[in-house]
Design a protein around this ligand. Structure first.
Ligand SMILES: Cc1cc2nc3c(=O)[nH]c(=O)nc-3n(C[C@H](O)[C@H](O)[C@H](O)COP(=O)(O)OP(=O)(O)OC[C@H]3O[C@@H](n4cnc5c(N)ncnc54)[C@H](O)[C@@H]3O)c2cc1C
Length: 240
């Protein structure tokens, strides 16, 4: 439920590494279009997008004290670390509406379900993207063990996650030829990077006993998220 955009310098480092079109200025219009950042008044934030994001309200006393402590020992206080310009400790936004998580499906898919051009197939396992003469022509998938396919004239957007996406690509013949040959998969595109460079995202949670009682009405998850938010701000600061 934590909603944090990266720092401007992180996206700009992608451009420096060769990813033209993925700099902060390139992405900002899309970030703005996606979000309804409640209470954030800034040219860097959007206010009429489908994703509702806002800091936890009311603020919990533990992360409030943590933020104050960070400021007292000299760390910079950020008013909005998702703006992309600031570094320091601050409240992050959360994807919560009326106490419940707002998923990407809540924000984008559910409102579009009635569109006549949209078919949603659930409980489906994608086997591969179909490729003819180097162009995608559709997707092969199964539902309840029965294999079927759907054709396409435009894009296939593959969003099967950090392990599933490269797996589907490799099953489709897109990947390192030596590995594909070993598995008897015909090579459609020689892309050695597919399926490699998976990186862990380590997070260390620290548990403390409070010196005095504090109110309990919010859930453990919400408290954890608020503390996590402060930690992310710290990581953003120390990694830059
Ligand atoms: C514990 C945890 C906490 C996190 N907390 C946050 C947070 O607070 N804020 C934040 O921004 N991010 C958070 N993340 C990261 C975030 O969840 C991911 O970045 C995000 O979900 C990636 O979205 P995605 O659509 O690319 O992939 P996923 O959400 O992984 O979705 C991929 C989907 O594809 C399906 N799939 C895979 N293979 C196939 C196949 N062959 N056929 C059909 N379907 C397939 C999978 O079942 C899955 O449903 C967290 C991640 C973890 C693990």
């Amino acid at each position: 439920m934590v909603f944090v955009r990266g720092h401007r310098s992180s996206y700009d480092a992608w451009v420096a590494a060769g990813a033209t079109g993925w700099g902060f200025a390139d992405l900002l219009p899309f970030f703005r279009r996606s979000e309804n950042a409640v209470g954030r008044v800034s040219d860097l934030r959007g206010v009429d997008g489908p994703l509702t994001v806002a800091p936890a309200s009311p603020p919990h006393p533990v992360p409030t004290a943590l933020l104050q402590a960070a400021t007292e020992v000299g760390h910079r206080r950020a008013t909005d670390i998702s703006g992309g310009d600031e570094e320091g400790f601050g409240w992050t936004d959360l994807n919560i509406i009326d106490g419940r998580r707002q998923s990407a499906a809540d924000a984008y898919l559910t409102p579009a379900l009635a569109r006549s051009k949209l078919d949603v197939v659930t409980d489906a396992l994608v086997h591969r993207v179909l490729i003819t003469r180097g162009r995608r022509t559709g997707v092969e998938y199964s539902v309840g063990g029965s294999l079927t396919s759907v054709g396409c004239s435009a894009e296939v957007v593959l969003t099967a996650g950090s392990i599933g996406s490269p797996q589907v690509l490799m099953l489709s013949g897109i990947g390192p030829p030596s590995q594909l040959h070993e598995l008897g998969i015909e090579v459609a595109a020689d892309l050695p990077g597919v399926g490699s460079n998976l990186q862990d995202h380590p997070v260390a949670n620290l548990a403390y006993q409070a010196a005095r009682p504090f109110r309990q009405e919010r859930t453990t998850m919400e408290r954890r998220l608020a503390c996590y938010a402060a930690g992310r701000a710290w990581m953003a600061r120390t990694s830059s």
